[in-house]
Design a protein around this ligand. Sequence first.
Ligand code: UDP
Length: 325
Amino acid sequence: MAVLVCGGAGYIGSHMVRFLLERGEDVLVLDDLSTGHRDFVPPSVPFVQGDVRDATLLGCLFREHRVDAVFHFAAFIQVGESMRDPLAYYDNNLQGVLRLLQTMVRHGVENFVFSSTAAVYGEPELVPIPEDALKCPTNPYGETKLAVERLLHWTSVAHDLRWSALRYFNACGAALDGSIGEAHDPETHLIPLVLDAAMGRRPSVTIFGDDYDTPDGTCIRDYVHVMDLVEAHLLALNALRSGRRSSVYNLGNGRGFSVLEVVEACRRVTGRSILVEKGARRPGDPARLVASSARIREELGWEPRYTALDAIVETAWRWHGKRWG
Ligand code: UDP
């Protein structure tokens, strides 16, 4: 039986594919390469370039391959873009899962692991944020992910389908051998931008606000390593395979780091000088987003390994050097 990884050529999906292969799973990738990279997927893995909303294509895939589980990474992920073009986000993020679920139900495929996000919470009332905190997204990106979670719930009430929704906090880092990593275009995430500055690929990094109610005035985020994320996905899948009920889990490091702490870690790890400039707050940025990951630790035994900021940055730097060095 194979695992279908939708979005398997993207940042987290490609790490997932490699991890599944290492664990002896059969893998099949569907990716439209709109943001993914064909060379992130090992040549031995069956690869189909196509749109996850294409019901005909999905039907063919499920007929041709014996699939027992689906991972969904094939979503648009930029908050700002979602504010400018909400219809595109609803179209891709919601319709993609809808088509997949319809096809899974038709073909009797029962296990679904979904990439959700901390953006479902919006401005948190309580930090660390537990899964049952108020969900009030402040942008269409978070809304589409929350809508999918509800869709999963009702689908599993009516059909033989089990699901796990994993709410990532700030995914970061790269494969330990530096062979694949974060490669967005345009890049908007903090760690790759700071490493770009370290490498001289950009003159400086702008700090989006230093007047937040935090110890150094900059925003605090929960940076969770991509290898810890993919390990959590496999734990979630195996729990579903062994009959465990559907569930939602936060995935975070459990510790928060400020923007300035990230910059300092990048200076330590790279040994380079990194120029920072103070800028305005970015609209929609909460001061502090830190996960409570107690549920997945207790229920599935997940234990993140790359929790030290320097260790996280070291893997990202190794990848950055291979990509741009
Ligand atoms: N950030 C920043 N300058 C940048 C990019 C990001 O100060 O050029 C800050 C951003 O305001 C947030 C943190 O870094 O507090 C992480 O942002 P990122 O976009 O990496 O992830 P997000 O928290 O939006 O998912």
